[in-house]
Write a protein that binds this ligand. Structure first.
Ligand SMILES: Cc1cc2nc3c(=O)[nH]c(=O)nc-3n(C[C@H](O)[C@H](O)[C@H](O)COP(=O)(O)O)c2cc1C
Length: 300
């Protein structure tokens, strides 16, 4: 069955990508999962300089999700380009490089550093505090996002995908990103959340709050995908709580043309290949020949 999918200038042989940050750079997954089967890979967030991230504890489990405050730990642009990206490209699938910064200049430094690389595109994480705006997240500030994306498409020749925060003026931010030239939207990042240690009377995570991911967020993010698809009919990559082929179809019906799997790979490193194996028989049972028949086809 043809599982290929297109999102504007991006095309993937199937709709299942690995989400940023939950699979490292693949080393741990390799014994369990053939990365070359996937539709694409989205790297851990890359910043200009290496970052150690937050102190532990950085992860807290909840009944149907995970709260993380990793703090965007990464090896920095130089080491990523020299050591990691060449290895990722060996898998022969499209690689989207997830980037972030704490100022417009930091984002642009990473984008400029990647302009010569053969990558499918950039995925821009805007759930980041903007030091120039007193720590207000880019993702909460449509004008900052407009400016950021305008500049990124100027310096980076390939597709620029904007990964939305699910909180804040999401529609306005999406509109700003698309009108500034974003090729697609990833919907969405994690939800701000708190886990409590009642005996210590303290947050579980050293940093206090973190971002909730996993099955708990799927219905919340499905609603966002549907709303943004109806508002803009722009290419959308759905991301949030996907752990089965059924979840993928739900996202497609709401308007996503591809999806990313994150937290599910932490529970079961084979989750993405399990999903891919289950997808053709599921589509068959739904009487569907190709993904286009499903995208945005949720009835009112
Ligand atoms: C441990 C962990 C690390 C993450 N790191 C990043 C990151 O570096 N950049 C980013 O844009 N999103 C990051 N995310 C968010 C995921 O890519 C994804 O958007 C989110 O977890 C929702 O999908 P899921 O429910 O399938 O995990 C991270 C999530 C987790 C759980």
């Amino acid at each position: 069955m043809d599982l290929s999918t297109r999102l504007g200038p991006l095309s993937f042989s199937n709709p299942v990508l690995l989400a940023s940050g939950t699979w490292g750079f693949g080393e741990g997954l390799k014994p369990h999962l053939d990365l070359s089967q996937l539709g694409g890979l989205v790297t851990k967030g890359i910043s200009p300089e290496p970052r150690a991230g937050n102190p532990p504890p950085r992860l807290a489990e909840t009944p149907c999700g995970l709260i993380n405050a990793i703090g965007l730990e990464n090896p920095g642009l130089r080491r990523f380009r020299q050591e990691i990206l060449p290895r990722l490209k060996e898998h022969g699938v499209p690689v989207l490089v997830n980037i972030f910064g704490e100022s417009l200049e930091e984002y642009l430094t990473v984008a400029e550093g990647l302009r010569e690389e053969e990558i499918a595109g950039l995925e821009v994480n805007i759930s980041c505090p903007n030091v120039e705006k007193g720590g207000l997240q880019f993702g909460q500030d449509p004008e900052a996002v407009r400016r950021l994306v305008e500049e990124l498409v100027r310096v980076f020749p390939g597709p620029v995908v904007v990964k939305l925060s699910p909180v804040g003026p999401v529609r306005e931010v999406a509109e700003a990103a698309l009108s500034a030239g974003a090729a697609a939207l990833t919907v969405a990042n994690t939800y701000p959340a708190l886990a409590v240690d009642l005996r210590e009377r303290r947050p579980v995570l050293a940093r206090g709050t973190g971002g909730l991911s996993g099955p708990a967020i799927k219905p919340l993010t499905l609603r966002l995908v549907r709303e943004l698809h109806q508002a803009f009919s722009a290419p959308i990559i759905g991301c949030g709580g996907i752990s089965s082929a059924e979840d993928v179809v739900e996202y497609l019906l709401c308007g996503a043309a591809a999806v990313q799997v994150g937290t599910a790979t932490l529970l079961d490193p084979r989750a993405p290949s399990r999903i891919l194996e289950a997808l053709p028989p599921l589509l068959d049972s739904l009487g569907v020949q190709n993904l286009r028949e499903l995208i945005g086809a949720l009835r009112a």
